[in-house]
Design a protein around this ligand. Sequence first.
Ligand SMILES: Nc1ncnc2c1ncn2[C@@H]1O[C@H](COP(=O)(O)OP(=O)(O)OP(=O)(O)O)[C@@H](O)[C@H]1O
Ligand SMILES: [Mg+2]
Length: 472
Amino acid sequence: MWWRRRSLRFRLTATATAVLALALAVSAYVFVVVLGESLIRNIDDQVYQRGREIVALSDAGRLPDPVTSVNNTIVQVLGPDGRIVDATSDTDRLVPLLPARARESAARTGAPQFVNGRPYALPGPLRVRVLSADHGVTVIVARSFTEVESSLVTTGHVLLVGMPLLLALLAAASWLVIGRTLRPITLLRRGAAAVGGTARSRRLPVPEARDEVHALATTLNDMLGRLEEAEARQRALVSDAAHELRSPLASIRLQLEVALSHPEGQDWTETAEGVLEDTLRLSRLAEDLLALARLDEGRLSRREPVDLGVLARRTAERYDLGLDLDLDLGSDPGSGLGSGLGSDLGSDAAPGPAPVVLGDELDLRRVLTNLVDNALRHAASAVRLGVRTGGAAGAGVAELTVTDDGPGIPPEDRERVFDRFTRLDDARSRDDGGAGLGLAIVRTTVEAHGGTVHLEDASPGLRAVVRLPLAR
Ligand SMILES: Nc1ncnc2c1ncn2[C@@H]1O[C@H](COP(=O)(O)OP(=O)(O)OP(=O)(O)O)[C@@H](O)[C@H]1O
Ligand SMILES: [Mg+2]
């Protein structure tokens, strides 16, 4: 708990330092052990070497008295009776370094061993080896272990002081480096705190290094950009909506004012009809805005199987339109316009996979009616509905088309008309009561269902193509 509340910088530094301390301690230990072993082996070699020489000299009967000391080795040569017959000059000539029993077993195994030198007035521990020579002579060779001990102690001291120093140095370095690494994040945080506050720019500082923080900053900036756009769109929508609300309200007010200023001889029925028409426009607008607001939340109120074929047939019957139910892979559903509104009604359904999609039936019906309303408004003679599955749309896709033979829309405007409150023929649409939300609702709905919608040339006329994934 305490640890979790520390700063990231502290935790990283502490972890790195702890791991490092462990590694250093282990390596120091290994180093001292290896060093000690090799030093001991070195002494053992020297002792053995000297022992071999003494044995050779004794066997040849050419042993000097006292024995010369090579490499600070101590030598005691014992006769068969166990008394010292020869030794190095500064060595006790009365007491052997090992008692008789120990001498015997040491000579048999040939293993070097430690002997405390203090009882023999020698400093520190000794490394002792026993060899047998001819005529019952025993040679004891020893060498002080003090130098090795002191060099090991010194090494230990150096490590004991050096390691913590090194560790402190590395900890400080990690602290600094981690601080530097985290600085862009601090800057990012400050930038984020300033966004929406006093700062004019709504962007976070992007560090120069092409690292993770850079990627994070760019991603966040993209997000801020999108949020800004969404906000701007929202503002535009509100002002457009207010604008759209104003004209029917003004019209209602004008009609009522005129009627009230000359109440005598006023045709109140006519006034009421005019006011009703504007009221209907207002309520349609309110409904469209509500639908958009709900769709903007990105959730479908329902996901149930909806048969586009049934939906299209019902709509065709209601509006008295031409209908192609082409549910086989094959011919173009939009081909061939009806000879007039209402011809070809209910042309029979060919067999094929049912054009069933998952979604909200009310929403999908609104898609169809919005498209049909547009087509009817612009058509010269006929409007046709088409539904098919497979084919050019691809497998697993249902395609719904609404085709008219009107003036069409120039290619450069075919995307723009999907924007909210976009009308191409402003004056005429206003008379028909259109606010320019129809296609926007269509697109938002279709996309919420995981589909696509676009407009294409039907020469003559326009075809709206809606593609939706089939229900599995
Ligand atoms: N079938 C069509 N042929 C020619 N132009 C069309 C067709 N459908 C739409 N448009 C153009 O696209 C514009 C936008 O259409 P949209 O359906 O979004 O709005 P609207 O029909 O004007 O208003 P609303 O649908 O809100 O009543 C229309 O104003 C019209 O100019
Ligand atoms: Mg419309």
